[in-house]
Design a binder for this molecule. Sequence first.
Ligand SMILES: [Zn+2]
Length: 404
Amino acid sequence: MEKQRAGNTALQARKNNGHSLSLFTLFGIEIRLDISVIIIFSLIVYSLGNGVYASWHPDWTPTVAWGTALLSGLAFLASLLAHELSHSVVSQHFGIPVPRITLFLFGGVAEISREPDRPKHEFLIAIAGPLMSLIIALVCSNLAFYMAGDMTMADTISAGDISVLASLGPLATALFWLGSINMLLAIFNMIPGFPMDGGRVYRAIIWAVTGDQLKATLWASNVGRYFGWFLMAMGVMGLLQGQGIGSLWSILIGWFLSNLATLSYTQLVTDRALGGFKIADLMRTHFETVDAAMPLPEFVDNYLLRSGQRLWPVTRNGKLAGTIGLAQVNHLPRENRSHLTLGETMRTLDHIDYLEPQTRANDAVNILVRAGDEPILVVENEKVLGLVQQSDIARWMLLHQFTA
Ligand SMILES: [Zn+2]
């Protein structure tokens, strides 16, 4: 989401970065690490160092086992990044910008800034990620077998004999594990539930056949929901059979996927309904402005209590200086209110989110939802043109169902 800047530098939009850390920029894409990635990283390093590598290599010292586990964990994050980068590079090739990629608990997210216009583009963007994981899987495992000097090792392992893994050195072991996990990643991502990659591929095919993107999304997100429920059911069954962490994990991922499937469909419906409309179409233009010099009691008696307006722009010498509403007044002890002015009470510009009138309504939905009931100023050239809040979207959609 891009929030455009107004001319006034004091009016800078606050950036909502959550709990993530910017690492570096690649192909013009900002690479970020969400702190939740620590959980998956620790889980992988712990299970490899404590269990998997120890069982493959009973002769390894703890230093070698943990060192290899750490290296594997880092290489895993790099392979997640390569997967997301593949989606992103193909997306940019079709003219759809990708401002950032964030790695988090359940993998990576490439923020592809808009939906592709054509099923063919969607298909290629979606398939690029799993294809990259598949390539990494094949290259890493073959490299491991090559280093061990035994290219038939894959057959031995699939026959159930993992003792051959003991002949692999630390690097080859890490490569073998990386190969297996990337193969799993490729397969898991190709499950045809939207919004997973496989779901996007599935949607692109239905979209191409029926020509109806909305119907295709509904079908694909239903599969995504069923699959999420299936994972949760598997997890519950696992828990009942006394399997611990793996079952909890599958419940968590299942829950996440089913929610995401529902959310993605709802979002597309909203996007469609809001179409090419702008904030200027939704905003309320009948509003009062108050002066910074106004005493607070006067504001409470004559404005706050007498109007349905929830937020007032405060001006000083005719220029926007801040906003005031019930929240700021409530904040103050009653005995202090009588000798304050609005200028001393208001929320100042550097603490205000705002939107520009030409911002697309679709792009503003998240900002409005985050703000809850609080209205947001619509500002252009340092002038307040209107106020807009979450419920205005619903109101607008309701009205346009009858007129459109
Ligand atoms: Zn992907």
